[in-house]
Design a protein around this ligand. Structure first.
Ligand SMILES: Nc1nc2c(ncn2[C@@H]2O[C@H](COP(=O)(O)OP(=O)(O)O)[C@@H](O)[C@H]2O)c(=O)[nH]1
Ligand SMILES: [Mg+2]
Length: 272
């Protein structure tokens, strides 16, 4: 059973099942600085999602004071963490399978359709794309994982590439793990959630495309429930979850509010 509290306190995760690729199996153990650990502990102690029968991490967040996006701009694309912009601003990173809707969510959150390129084909470029919001925080688009034709090597490469970012980016407040609600649970998404927890990276789950009902398939609500159920079988508490659509704007203000609260908490923890 995964225990988020134990994981975030640095207790080694005891995985009872075989995970094909983990940071450990690749020799990529993660260790973070004191400040990052304090911040992560603070984020962990702060979420109150709607009641749906699942047990969530209890977070006691400050109110979202500045959640509106007034201004957004592309900053730069980096191929290595050392090339990223200075880490002075609080940062939120979007990750998920290719085509899950990362770029679309970025555009939706910023009400700026031209900010990130939305594509029908899974992108193969491995870039860390930084966007600055309201001149005072960053949204980051990371490469997607789990290409349809990708093998083990591709996943290993993705882990190595993103691991550097996760463990060395001091200002990373939270990862937004995007999961497509229009398809049944994909093992690779669950593995990614496990991996983030093992690396002690705080994250929330953002279900995407809730408008996109596929015919003759389980409903999006059923897919979401099945994903949470799969997590609940191994996790004592689930991370905070959001249900969004970049087409309709559903879930947008809730997610922006959550990000604003986390930024406020980040500010408080870094000025202590
Ligand atoms: N129906 C629907 N389609 C979406 C939504 N978000 C993204 N898409 C579509 O999914 C495809 C991939 O989107 P994109 O944002 O490029 O995904 P990325 O590869 O994760 O950046 C595009 O065809 C989008 O139009 C959504 O909320 N609803
Ligand atoms: Mg994209």
């Amino acid at each position: 059973m995964h225990n988020m509290a134990a994981l975030h306190c640095g207790t080694p995760a005891c995985l009872s099942r075989a995970v094909p690729i983990t940071p450990q199996s690749l020799g990529l153990s993660c260790s973070r600085s004191q400040h990052s650990r304090r911040l992560r502990a603070a984020v962990r102690t702060a979420a109150a999602p709607p009641y749906d029968g699942f047990q969530y991490m209890q977070l006691d967040l400050p109110p979202p004071l500045f959640s509106n996006v007034r201004k957004s701009a592309f900053v730069k694309s980096s191929t290595r963490v050392v090339d990223c912009p200075p880490d002075a601003l609080p940062e939120f990173a979007l990750i998920g399978r290719s085509n899950v809707g990362k770029s679309s969510l970025l555009n939706s959150l910023t009400s700026n359709d031209r900010l990130a390129k939305v594509s029908r084909e899974p992108g193969l470029t491995k870039l860390i794309n930084h966007y600055i919001i309201n001149d005072n925080w960053h949204l980051v688009d990371l490469p997607g994982y789990g290409f349809a034709k990708a093998g083990k090597n591709n996943r290993e490469e993705w882990l190595r590439f993103t691991k550097d970012y996760f463990i060395s980016r001091e200002n990373l407040v939270s990862v937004l793990l995007l999961v497509d609600s229009s398809v049944p649970p994909q093992p690779v998404d669950k593995q990614c959630a496990d991996w983030l927890a093992e690396c002690e990276v705080p994250f929330c789950i953002v279900f995407t495309k809730i408008d996109n009902r596929k015919r003759d398939m389980p409903t999006n609500a059923q897919n979401i429930r099945a994903f949470k159920q799969a997590m609940a079988e191994e996790w004592e508490e689930l991370p905070r979850c959001f249900e969004t659509s970049s087409r309709t704007g559903a879930g947008k203000s809730e997610l922006l509010g959550y990000i604003a609260s986390l930024r406020e908490m980040h500010l408080r923890s870094s000025t202590k």
